[in-house]
Design a protein around this ligand. Structure first.
Ligand code: PAF
Length: 282
């Protein structure tokens, strides 16, 4: 497996792969601290583009707010490379901050409107950082497929909009949420949880399940579904809800009733850790 450090190396690697195979490459953008959720993305990428799947590992400073966890975000590079290789990746792109943001960098990608909704509302500037770094990665790697997890559903909406607006040419592939045996959605931030917080965190997936059950039983009204989710959260008073929303997945604007494809999303603070979870209404 090749370890690429510079944008130019990534560009050359991608061009060589496409030239030799006559086909496109797949890219899986990550911030490392890879878990089984990332593994499923990498596996899907390697199955779609055998021998031509690259994983980027870059803890992107511009998507963290001043009081967020950039400095303490888990960094597990060696284990990440081993996991990526086991899943069939053939290249890792691991640039430095200076490589991605040259001195004096003043160019950012703003997806207006969408970037201020859901996680963007409580994390101002977050999606600007995400869109900027993903635009740089797609521009350098020129993949025809880029893989993202449904767990970051608002991120997916922002990136779909950006790829379409900038005519970047990559198709965004979204892979399902991977969960622990007890329902907790996998996240690199789960490692921050104490054992008591780990137990409390189950309230997120319980709320999601409750809403899915209600929808399966015929409930469609947005207010009723959101209230039902709040009732589940009330079982864990130590967990602080950030948002519970039922939105159109492409605009991230609230909807009055649940229809197939609607996004039901929650975010909550468990101790000092902010977790998210969601379901797409069937
Ligand atoms: O989902 C993530 O891990 C990050 O937001 C991404 C897409 C790799 C951009 O830094």
């Amino acid at each position: 497996m090749e370890i690429l450090k510079t944008v130019e190396q990534l560009r050359q690697w991608s061009r060589a792969q496409r030239c030799h195979s006559g086909e496109g490459i797949a890219l899986v953008p990550t911030m490392g601290a890879l878990h089984a959720g990332h593994a499923s993305l990498i596996r899907a990428a390697a199955e779609a583009r055998p021998g031509r799947a690259a994983v980027s590992i870059f803890v992107n400073p511009t998507q963290f707010g001043p009081n967020e966890d950039f400095a303490k975000y888990p960094r597990t590079f060696k284990a990440d490379c081993a996991l990526a290789e086991r899943q069939g990746a053939t290249a890792i792109f691991a640039p430095s901050v200076e490589e991605m943001y040259p001195a004096g960098a003043a160019t950012f990608v703003d997806v207006e409107g969408l970037s201020d909704r859901l996680d963007g509302k409580s994390r101002p500037g977050h999606f600007r950082g995400v869109a900027t770094v993903v635009a740089k990665l797609l521009n350098a790697a020129e993949p025809d497929l880029a893989f993202f997890g449904q767990k970051d559903a608002a991120q997916v909406a922002v990136l779909r909009r950006m790829v379409n607006d900038l005519r970047l040419g990559a198709k965004i592939v979204v892979c399902p949420i991977v969960r622990e045996h007890d329902g907790l959605a996998l996240s690199s931030r789960n490692t921050y949880l104490s054992s008591e917080e780990r137990r409390q965190a189950l309230v997120l997936s319980r709320a999601i399940r409750r809403v899915e059950e209600l929808v399966a039983g015929g409930e469609r009204d947005s207010e009723s579904l959101i209230n039902a989710a709040y009732a589940v959260f009330a079982e864990e008073p130590a967990v602080r809800v950030d948002y519970i929303e039922l939105v159109d997945w492409s605009t991230l604007l609230p909807v009055m009733s649940a229809t197939p494809g609607t996004l039901f999303a929650v975010a909550a603070w468990v101790g000092k850790t902010r977790l998210i979870d969601n379901a797409i209404i069937a």
